[in-house]
Design a protein. Structure first.
Length: 71
């Protein structure tokens, strides 16, 4: 399966589809508990990670939002 992840082509061999949780593990995403996932332009709710399937040709963006300090 070929995916575009954060603008780069990635290939996952031996599978036709994975859910978002499985994809995070397979791609060894840092801090998966804190990542926001955009799939084909739509930001997903965390509750949907286990049921949302990723398919060949999909575009994923992994986003981390960090709080800033004040002055």
């Amino acid at each position: 399966m070929k995916l575009t992840v954060n603008g780069e082509t990635r290939e996952i061999a031996g599978t036709e589809s994975l859910n978002i949780d499985e994809t995070l593990v397979t791609l060894k995403v840092a801090d998966p508990l804190y990542v926001t996932v955009e799939l084909n332009g739509t930001i997903l709710e965390r509750e949907a990670f286990g049921t949302t399937q990723v398919k060949d040709g999909d575009v994923l963006e992994f986003l981390y939002f960090m709080g800033g300090g004040g002055q």
